[in-house]
Design a protein around this ligand. Structure first.
Ligand SMILES: [Fe+2]
Ligand SMILES: [Fe+2]
Length: 142
């Protein structure tokens, strides 16, 4: 699928990403859009826009992780502790990326598309699906 600018859209939403919790699906869609924006800005070598887009992405992801952990806590998700550790690692890795980009004036010497796909898309598709599965099978899900 091509976006308006003719670039290939890396972060397309598919039903398979759904965790069957509307609020979390909305967060994930937003995170995908934000990731796309970071990649576009770095592609265009627009340092200011890239910097802001990455700031937004990091900030939004942190609040999403907290909301998600809160949801898991409320529903007694047994793998909460492990999921929290993974969120912490994700935060550390994107802050490391941010520092690398800053050091290189936002010129991508890194495959940013690949990094962000691993970073958010795979997380939603694997780890987040685990709690979706749990909530779907527990009576307390709402
Ligand atoms: Fe998530
Ligand atoms: Fe998560």
């Amino acid at each position: 699928m091509e976006s308006d600018s003719g670039h290939e859209q890396l972060f397309q939403w598919h039903e398979e990403f759904s965790v069957a919790v509307d609020e979390m699906d909305d967060h994930h869609k937003k995170l995908f859009n934000m990731s796309e924006k970071v990649i576009r800005a770095v592609d265009l070598a627009d340092e200011k826009v890239a910097e802001r887009a990455l700031d937004f992405l990091i900030e939004y992801s942190q609040s999403h992780f907290l909301d998600e952990e809160d949801l898991m806590l409320r529903h007694g998700y047994p793998e909460l502790h492990q999921h929290k550790r993974i969120h912490k690692r994700l935060t550390e890795s994107i802050i490391k990326l941010q520092k690398e980009l800053e050091a290189n004036s936002y010129k991508a010497g890194i495959d940013l598309g690949l990094f962000l796909k691993e970073w958010i898309l795979n997380h939603v598709l694997t780890e987040d699906q685990k709690y979706a599965h749990f909530l779907g099978h527990s009576n307390s899900a709402k």
